[in-house]
Design a protein around this ligand. Structure first.
Ligand code: PMP
Ligand code: GLN
Length: 382
């Protein structure tokens, strides 16, 4: 008799990112779907990881991360956020942002708690909340501009609300939250004594609208955990390294979970990243490069008579699909087969499969790939 079990995640299937990448491969399509850069990490970073591997950094790192990397993160925070966090007690290196988000949710949310998720939401949030035994409560940002309505948002808060998950800059819609949006979030967090779990993995990819980290709000110290990912910043998503920052008491609790989810992360890569972080010029160059790529993509659509509302941040751009077309999942499948371009439909970012008839394009690709992708999409869209 087969083993019987009750799924903790009965509604969860294969992620849309894996699905679309597999489809792109099967049809040899241009992959503007899953978010990963088509270009290499900095050469110095690759050289230095080789060196550290040869020097023998092949055993476990300390659970909280190499001190050199935590110190480098602390000084980056001082330079870019003008805030001081203690590398001994307030910074932990994790195996990517996904792990850090999972640890934070598991550490602080439990049965009986409600967690506010802002949609369209990154796909790992809901499963993590459900595994923690808490209840996700959803607030949908209204398109086309995805503006935040604090009045509507407040209606969802109950005595059970424990935490808010905030992604800024925001995947998939490319929103960068304004200072006034964030001030309202601060007010809500303080009024209701909540935890704010901030997914700031695209912190260095923003354009006309300035990015403000929630770590820069002094009154929120003790209420915020911020999560970052090196993968987005240094073109090495496959290394799966990131980190979390929070005030000491929160971080101590976070570390208890981290210790038993992964214990520690890839040692040589941490040492190499510690060296890389000393180069503060990287971030401006990264932002300029992505601004240029976003513009190349928009211009390519314009030459085919399609005007797109420019993404404010992340390396994602939205594209509208015909409102009378198929559902977005079927439409995305059709585009892979007929246009030879993989994109990401938006409905998987909504708990109720709401379909705003929008597609996400990743522009972390060569200019030629972007131009050819736009040409093919426009030809099929008509
Ligand atoms: N949050 C968001 C919004 C993301 O887009 C991603 C990944 N691309 C992650 C978290 C996960 O980051 P990592 O690969 O470092 O786990
Ligand atoms: N975050 C990436 C994206 O949004 C995908 C990461 C993954 O495949 N899990 O495309």
């Amino acid at each position: 008799m087969p083993f019987t079990f009750q799924s903790r995640l009965p509604a969860t299937g294969t992620s849309i990112f894996s699905t679309m990448s597999a489809l792109a491969k099967a049809h040899q399509a241009i992959n503007l779907g899953q978010g990963f850069p088509e270009f290499d990490p900095p050469k110095a970073l690759i050289d230095s990881i080789h060196e550290y591997l040869k020097k023998g950094l092949n055993q476990y790192a300390p659970s909280i991360g190499l001190l050199s990397l935590r110190e480098a993160i602390a000084s980056k925070l001082e330079v870019f956020n003008k805030t001081r966090f203690d590398p001994e007690q307030e910074i932990t290196v994790t195996s990517g942002a996904t792990e850090a988000l999972f640890d934070a949710i598991l550490a602080f949310c439990k049965q009986g708690d409600e967690v506010l998720i802002i949609e369209p939401a990154y796909d790992s949030y809901t499963p993590a909340v459900l595994i923690a035994g808490a209840r996700p409560v959803y607030y949908r940002l209204p398109e086309p501009d995805f503006h935040f309505d604090a009045w509507e948002f407040r209606k969802l808060i109950s005595p059970k609300t424990k935490a808010i998950l905030l992604n800024n800059p925001m995947n998939p819609c490319g929103k960068v939250w304004t200072k006034s949006d964030l001030d309202q979030i601060e007010q809500i967090v303080l009024e209701h004594n909540l935890l704010l779990i901030c997914d700031e993995v695209y912190e260095h990819i923003y354009f006309e609208q300035a990015f403000n980290s929630m770590l820069t709000y002094p009154r929120l110290k003790g209420h915020v955990i911020s999560v970052s990912s090196f993968g987005k910043t240094f073109n090495n998503t496959g290394w799966k390294l990131g980190y979390a920052v929070a005030e000491a008491a929160l971080m101590a609790e976070f570390r208890k979970v981290h210790q038993f989810v992964t214990f520690s992360s890839f040692t040589a890569a941490q040492a190499a990243l510690a060296d890389q972080l000393a180069d503060h010029s990287w971030y401006d160059a990264l932002r300029s490069m992505y601004l240029s790529k976003r513009n190349v993509l928009i211009e390519a659509f314009r030459t085919h008579d399609r005007e797109l509302k420019p993404s404010e941040g992340t390396y994602f751009q939205l594209l509208g699909m015909p409102s009378n077309a198929l559902g977005d999942l079927e439409f995305a499948e059709k585009l892979v087969k007929e246009a030879g371009v993989a994109v990401i439909p938006l409905s998987p970012f909504y708990h109720d499969a709401y379909d705003p008839k929008l597609l996400r394009l990743c522009f972390a690709k060569s200019d030629d790939t972007l131009k050819e992708g736009a040409r093919r999409l426009c030809q099929t869209l008509g």
